[in-house]
Design a protein around this ligand. Sequence first.
Ligand SMILES: [Zn+2]
Length: 697
Amino acid sequence: MQPTPDKNSKYRVGTRPKSGLNKGHKFAIAAAAVGLLALFFNSLPVPEPRYEGDFVVGPVTVFQDGRFSATPLYVTVDDGVISAISPDKPDLDVPFITAEGGTLLPGLTDAHVHTFDNALEQQLRAGVTSVLDMFMAPELLKAQLKAQSLGTVDTHSSDHGHPSVASVTQDTHQLAAYQRTVSTQATLYSAGVLATAPKGHGTEYGIAIPTISSPEQADAFVRERIFEGSAYLKIVYQSDKAPYKRMPSIDRATLQALVDAAHQHGLKAVVHIADQVSAHDAVSAGADGLVHSFFDSPIKPELLHALVERRVFVIPTLAVYDANIGGTLNQRFSQLVSAARPLSRREQQGLAPLQLNRLMPPNLLQNLYANVRAMHNAGVVLLAGTDAPNGGTLHGLSLQAEMLALREVGLSTEQALLAASRTPLRQFGITDRGEIAIGQQADLVLLAKGDVWQQLTKPLWIWHQGLPVNLQQHQNPALSAGMLVDFSEQNEVTINTEPTHTGIPSGSIKTSKGFASVQTDARFGGKSTVHASIVVVNEASVGELNTEKQPVGVQSALQSSHVGVQQTEQTVQQVGTKTNRALQLVTRIDQSTTTPWAGFSWVPFEQFNRAADLSEASQLQFRIQGDAAVYRLLVISGEQMQPVSIDIPVTTSWQSYTIDLASKKGIDISAVKVLLWSAPVNPGHYQWRLDDIRLED
Ligand SMILES: [Zn+2]
């Protein structure tokens, strides 16, 4: 494929704002910032915005144009772009970074991901500086394209959703926000909404998406995707002759029309297939690439020939397939990682064998690897992609597992690195990054001396567009002990429980730490209901409300035989007319969804899915009272999307619970995202009350 002119680049070399400041001015601004020279600050000329990213790496071995350099080199980065590569030390007044005997790789590219939560942060911290997304929510795509551009993003332009700059910013705040995005998130390219049949694959994730059912709709469908910022078209297709059928699929004529429409609009068309017959149809229809390989049967010579002849690339997604058909790639990969460094709990969970519903016939695994080996031997272009965060994969790290699998089918170290850096970008027409060459974005990964694959599990430095990535951000912010929500401090109100478009009415509950809301499964299409209010409770009738008089000790909690659940009956004490307030919920569970819930939720940060480290305060305490039944505490943590459910037996009198979250199987205490108190799963109305939610160490 011929590289196209660099019109898709985020910005052209040299267009980043240059500093108008000298060192003296910088010092003066620092002083002003601490309030010492406020008046002087006002008299300073307005500083021009300045893009960071000037440094030299070297002398190190450089992976350049598919080879490791024979001698150590210096790589110079100017304004975040590689400006020189030389064996001689440059005479420049910029920081020099080196690693004795180390290796400099280009930033990696994952050719098949799905972006939500903090996917782009996880990718970047593993050295993945670019991702090719194969289906995500259009609203999120729009927001991300804006965040990763320096000016306004015109997704209607011919750039097809590639991050582009309509105007270079002169705004310091805008530049700071942009640099924050660059230094924390991988660059996203995305298919946006995939093309699938009504009720087809892709419609099952709870995101309402448009579908397509006839060839006549293809052109309009593609136009809409371009309008939303899609950089290429992803099509989901299964032949009616496929050996196994999962969900409805578009027919072959619609597949053909979509591929043609994409090409007419200058987009690449890639196809999700999962079997050989469907792969054959996709190649015949003119697809540019297949986003999966297949394992239902050994690849036939005619398909192999067609892949080579038509230069169709394949993203085999070996890692996700292997994990889902009973392979042991993740175990082999975990051994590679643990030879270099300990695995975190998140990594152990993410790479653990999946619980498969049935035993897989061994020939599937054999077909999988034999087919990809045959493709490689025949010269089919293979791109490394993980399909993260599907089961058995982790954003970022699993790209290294995919490269291990590619090496096992015959790719050399150099070939595997190319398949996970430059090649996928070029196949998708992205030319400004992906290799260590003059004029390229400075997406770089510096490794210590030693085996490249082991060192890649613990990079020394990662730069994204010349900005260093903070590798210490692995740790989530820690939360200390203390009150989370005390309803006695709230006003008596009825809480707004009208579901918004996300189903989370927020901001209506005052918290001491974190953010709280009343919610239901409505955001996932459920029909459970909740009504909530802050009510005055009569202390005399409900018992002792001041838990500080009878603190629930950590010791007694640990000694409890209730596997971490401590239940303390409160004695009723007459306290006259003193009143207290609590949250009162009236809930009704509708069991039509897989995980029905209705109740009260607490998250550590305003952004949903930001995790907190509760290691220092893992004892969750709260008081609860209501219609007698077994209620549930749902905890979402780590990379698990499914909550861990803890039974909470509730009675009509107030009880205090202490739950040691750290001791619960499946909870990653270093990454707690959501605590959710939910009504019993049984149908019917339940009235219950909750108060004094706190963390103790
Ligand atoms: Zn996928």
